[in-house]
Design a protein around this ligand. Structure first.
Ligand SMILES: NC(=O)c1ccc[n+]([C@@H]2O[C@H](COP(=O)([O-])OP(=O)(O)OC[C@H]3O[C@@H](n4cnc5c(N)ncnc54)[C@H](O)[C@@H]3O)[C@@H](O)[C@H]2O)c1
Length: 375
C-alpha cells in the first residue's frame, strides 16, 4: 500500500473537460491512491469553452472552481500544474502563457499544430526551466517497458526491421463529421494518431533520420457537423503510409489510418531482430508477443501483464487481471508529480514531442515532394 506522506499539495488547473479532460481528472485522483507520491494533486480550477460547460465539467470532475477563461486559470495562485486537453490549435497559446507564469505544463499530444509552433513552446519551456510532459500515454504500458528492456538487453539480437501502425475506424464513414481533428492547422490522421506510433517507434528504436511518405485523403468532403447536410472539403490526410530509416540504420515502415474499417485501436508494431522478434497491439494491451527459440521449438510466446512488469503491481497484485487505457494516464501523472517535486524531467517532455512533430511534418513534406526527406 502506498505510504500517505503527501502533506504537500499541488493545484491542478485543467483546460478542457471532454474525452481527455475526464481521463486527466481521473488520473489526478487515482495517482496518489496507487503511487507513493511526494505531493498530493488537488483539483483546483477547470476551464472550458463556455461558463456552462466549465461549471458542468468542474462539478462532474470534482474541481473547486470553474472558468470560461483559461487565462484566469493560469493566473490563479492555486494552480501549480496546467493540464491542457483543449483542441490542438489552443495548445501553444495556453502553454506559452503557463510557461510565462512559471507553471508546470502537461499538454496533450500532438504538442501543437506545426513544428515551428512546437519549437517555440519547447524553447520557451527550457528557457524558463519549467517541467513539461506530453500525453503520449501508450509509452507508459508496462509491456512497452518490457519490449524496450528486451531490445536494449539484446534479447532479440541486432534489430533488423520495424513495422508500425496506428489504425482506428472513427473516420471510416464518409459521414463522420469535421472536428478539430480535421482542422487544416495541425489536423489529419498522421498528426492525430500517427504521432502515437512515431513516439513509440522513437521510444523503442531511437531517432528517425529519413522518411518517405504518401499522405492520402480518402473522402474529399465531410459534413460540417454531426448530422449536417452541408459538407466541407477535407484538407488533411485520412491515411498515411511511410518508409523510415532510423539513425541506427534500421529501416522500417509506418501507417497512420483513421479510416481503417474494422480496426478499433491497432496501435501496433512488429520488431524483428537477428535472434528474435517482438509484436504488440494496443487492442491486446496486456500481451506482448516474443519470438524466440530454434528449430522445432521456435515460436511466438504470449507474455501476459502481471506484477512482475512494473508498475502493474501498483494497480493489482495478481497477473491476468489487466490494466486499461485510463491506467496509462495514471502512470503518466504519477511521473509528472515526481518530476514536478524533484524538478526532474518527464519522458516524453516538450523536447521529445517536438521531435515527433518534426517527423510528422517531414512526412507531410515528403508526400508533397514525392521523395525522401531528412530530419
Ligand atoms: N493521449 C491520448 O491518447 C489522446 C486521446 C484523445 C485525444 N487526445 C488529445 O487531447 C486533446 C483533446 O482531445 P479530446 O478528444 O479530449 O477532445 P474533446 O473535443 O472531447 O474535448 C476538448 C475540450 O476542450 C474544450 N475547449 C474547446 N475550446 C476551449 C477553450 N477556448 N477554452 C477551454 N476549453 C476549450 C471543449 O469544450 C472540450 O471540453 C487533443 O489535443 C487530442 O489530440 C489525446
Amino acid at each position: 500500500m502506498p505510504t500517505q506522506t503527501q502533506d504537500r499539495e499541488l493545484g491542478i488547473g485543467l483546460v478542457g473537460s471532454g474525452f481527455m479532460g475526464r481521463c486527466h481528472a481521473n488520473a489526478f485522483a487515482a495517482a496518489p491512491v496507487l503511487f507513493e507520491l511526494p505531493a498530493r494533486p488537488v483539483k483546483a480550477v477547470l476551464a472550458d469553452a463556455t461558463e456552462e460547460s466549465a461549471a458542468a465539467g468542474a462539478q462532474a470532475l470534482g474541481f473547486a472552481r470553474a472558468t470560461s477563461d483559461w487565462r484566469s486559470l493560469i493566473a490563479d495562485d492555486a494552480v501549480d500544474i496546467v493540464a491542457i486537453t483543449a483542441p490542438n490549435v489552443l495548445h501553444e497559446p495556453i502553454a506559452m502563457a503557463a510557461i510565462a507564469a512559471g507553471k508546470t505544463v502537461y499538454c496533450e499530444k500532438p504538442l501543437s499544430t506545426t513544428a515551428a509552433s512546437a519549437r517555440r513552446m519547447t524553447d520557451a519551456a527550457e528557457a524558463a526551466g519549467v517541467v513539461t510532459s506530453v500525453g503520449f500515454n501508450f509509452l507508459r504500458n508496462p509491456m512497452i517497458r518490457l519490449a524496450r528492456d528486451l531490445i536494449t538487453s539484446g534479447e532479440i539480437g541486432e534489430v533488423t526491421g520495424f513495422r508500425g501502425r496506428h489504425a482506428e475506424n472513427y473516420m471510416s464513414s464518409p459521414d463522420a463529421p469535421h472536428s478539430f481533428r480535421t482542422d487544416p492547422q495541425g489536423g489529419g490522421a498522421l498528426a492525430d494518431i500517427g504521432s502515437h506510433i512515431i513516439s513509440l517507434a522513437r521510444h523503442l528504436l531511437g531517432p528517425i533520420a529519413d522518411v518517405s511518405a504518401d499522405c492520402r485523403t480518402i473522402y474529399p468532403d465531410r459534413p460540417v457537423a454531426a448530422g449536417a447536410s452541408e459538407r466541407r472539403p477535407v484538407e488533411v490526410d485520412d491515411m498515411t503510409h511511410a518508409l523510415l530509416r532510423f539513425e541506427s540504420g534500421v529501416s522500417g515502415s509506418l501507417e497512420a489510418n483513421w479510416a481503417a474499417t474494422g480496426r478499433t485501436m491497432d496501435l501496433s508494431f512488429e520488431i524483428t531482430g537477428s535472434k528474435g522478434a517482438i509484436a504488440f497491439s494496443q487492442e491486446h494491451m496486456n500481451d506482448l508477443l516474443v519470438y524466440s527459440g530454434s528449430g522445432a521449438a521456435a515460436g511466438y510466446r504470449r507474455i501476459e501483464a502481471g506484477p512482475s512488469h512494473p508498475p502493474y503491481d501498483r494497480f493489482c497484485p495478481a497477473p491476468g487481471h489487466h490494466l486499461g487505457f485510463n491506467d496509462l494516464k495514471v502512470i503518466e501523472v504519477a511521473e509528472l508529480i515526481e518530476a514536478q517535486v524533484s524538478n526532474g524531467r518527464c519522458n516524453p517532455d516538450f523536447r521529445e514531442a517536438l521531435a515527433v512533430q518534426e517527423t510528422v511534418e517531414a512526412m507531410q513534406e515528403s508526400s508533397k515532394a514525392r521523395g525522401w526527406v531528412g530530419l
